[in-house]
Design a protein around this ligand. Structure first.
Ligand SMILES: *Cc1c(COP(=O)(O)O)cnc(C)c1O
Length: 471
């Protein structure tokens, strides 16, 4: 399997090379030349597989430059009961007659990003060893991504992690989750500034070509192909968990921000998984809702981006969206390059002529949820079922209930556990102590390791120099 760029100006590559990349050199996103197609007999066979067996079958189709036994080891090391709470990894739980949750948040940091990130940690370690290379991961986080990355990369050989977060802006739980890690290769950096300042520092360091090469800087952001690949698996697993035979079609509703999660669903559907509709749920930051309803894509500026109570979906543009547009435009990379060039210069684009294809051929629709919707949905689900759902998942449930057709079975992706978002849950259902997985008990009482630095890229560069031997 070869990988190509959406912008068409990058040499085809193998999985191991794409795994360590951010953007393609031509500014595009890497993706497989073609998506493999799964026939009925194979689907039937896969229905009976365990999560790790299924992951191996699916990933083998995309990872053709790692020996089978090694890939199997990486997968078995990643997906087990110790890390994800059950052998099922992503169990399906019924909420209503035709609406169920696909539980994606039972990993170490209680959010769906663990599923991909834990795989990435083990895959990075393996590939770096093979290539005899080292990597310095830098990142900016306001919560979920940074902690998922740290828990995935802690203690890994040949990887140093420098994670910036805005000082004092994260919840006590989120701070404790990240700062309590005492692994020698994890460096928490609290920047005296906002999340955007942290992101600017990452960008400044990445753009310093000399520094970047000297310290082998890399990132683990949501455009990483390895993350998308790992996410494809649970769409299959979820489908098998919610159906009894392969003649049934179901829909997925996914709380979305950067379009990473649902992009994997789109690929599963392209591979032939019997998915009816892919329902994109957004919060007040509704750039995707707008596109899937009008065909117009109008990214916002960061000052037009709302801070909401489903914060992991607070995005101004959807970084993975280009992978879908590439397919929508029949792999016309010149056209993709033009459209996303426009996006970069602050403009949007209009594909309303293609809206029929988007809805009919690719099965996408979208809906939106607000703070009030979120609260009402958390309360409704709690009253109806005694189950607490987190604010992001609530956005998904709200949209799913709103668009559901008679006889449509919808699986809503549970993208985080409520324990991470105490404040909003209490606002919705009243004062209560939230259930917490065993491994997070007493987290806030542990010692914390964090270095506070001024809002200055040079200060962060100095820390990296101090900890990483130049190569
Ligand atoms: C990251 C995240 C999302 C959004 O996922 P995308 O892949 O960016 O669309 C939704 N919910 C939670 C809890 C997240 O952490």
């Amino acid at each position: 399997m070869q990988y190509i760029s959406t912008r068409g100006k990058t040499q085809p590559m193998q999985f191991s090379d794409v795994l360590l990349m951010g953007l393609a050199p031509d500014g595009g996103l890497m993706l497989p030349e073609t998506y493999p197609s799964i026939d009925e007999a194979t689907l039937e066979k896969w229905r009976k597989l365990s999560y790790t067996e299924l992951a191996f079958e699916i990933m083998s189709l995309f990872v053709t430059d790692i020996p089978s036994d090694d890939l199997k080891n990486i997968i078995n090391k990643t997906y087990n009961k110790a890390a994800f709470g059950s052998e099922d990894i992503t169990p399906v739980t019924r909420l209503y007659d035709r609406l169920a949750l696909l539980e994606l948040s039972n990993g170490p940091t209680l959010a769906f990003k663990d599923i991909a990130m834990q795989f990435l940690g083990n895959a990075f370690e393996y590939v770096l060893k093979q290539k005899n290379e080292r990597l310095t991961i830098i990142g900016a986080t306001s919560g979920d991504t940074g902690s998922a990355a740290e828990y995935a990369l802690r203690g890994k050989d040949n990887i140093e992690v420098f994670m910036m977060s805005p000082e004092g802006k994260m919840s006590a739980f989120q701070r404790a989750q990240m700062y309590s890690l005492d692994d020698a290769n994890i460096h928490n950096i609290a920047v005296e500034g906002m999340f955007d300042d942290c992101q600017d520092i990452v960008k400044a360091l990445q753009e310093d070509a000399e520094f970047k090469a000297k310290y082998s800087l890399g990132t683990v952001n949501s455009i990483n192909w390895g993350r998308i690949l790992a996410q494809i698996v649970y769409y299959f697993k979820g489908y098998f968990g919610a159906t009894t035979d392969n003649s049934q079609k179901i829909s997925f509703c996914v709380p979305s921000g950067n379009f990473g999660n649902i992009c994997a669903g789109h690929i599963a559907r392209e591979m032939g998984l019997p998915i009816d509709r892919l329902i994109v749920a957004t919060n007040e930051n509704d750039v995707l809702n707008e596109f899937f309803n009008t065909g117009k894509y109008t990214p916002r500026t960061s000052s037009e981006t709302y801070v909401t109570s489903s914060p992991s979906m607070d995005i101004s543009k959807a970084s993975n969206f280009e992978r879908f547009v590439f397919l929508l435009l029949d792999k016309d990379s010149a056209q993709v390059a033009k459209l996303f060039g426009d996006v970069k210069s602050g403009k949007g684009f209009d594909l309303s002529d293609n809206l029929n294809l988007v809805n009919e051929k690719f099965g996408f629709i979208a809906g939106k949820s607000t703070h009030q919707d979120r609260l009402a949905t958390i309360k409704k689900v709690y009253d109806d079922t005694h189950r607490l759902i987190d604010p992001h998942t609530a956005d998904g449930v709200k949209v799913a209930l709103e668009v559901q057709k008679a006889d449509e079975m919808i699986l809503v992706a549970e993208t985080a556990l409520p324990a991470k978002f105490q404040e909003t849950i209490v606002e919705a259902v009243g004062e209560m102590t939230l259930p917490r997985p065993e491994h997070t008990q007493g987290l806030e009482d542990k010692p914390q390791y964090v270095t506070v630095v001024p809002n200055d890229a040079q200060a962060v560069a100095a820390l990296i120099e101090q900890h990483v031997a130049a190569r």
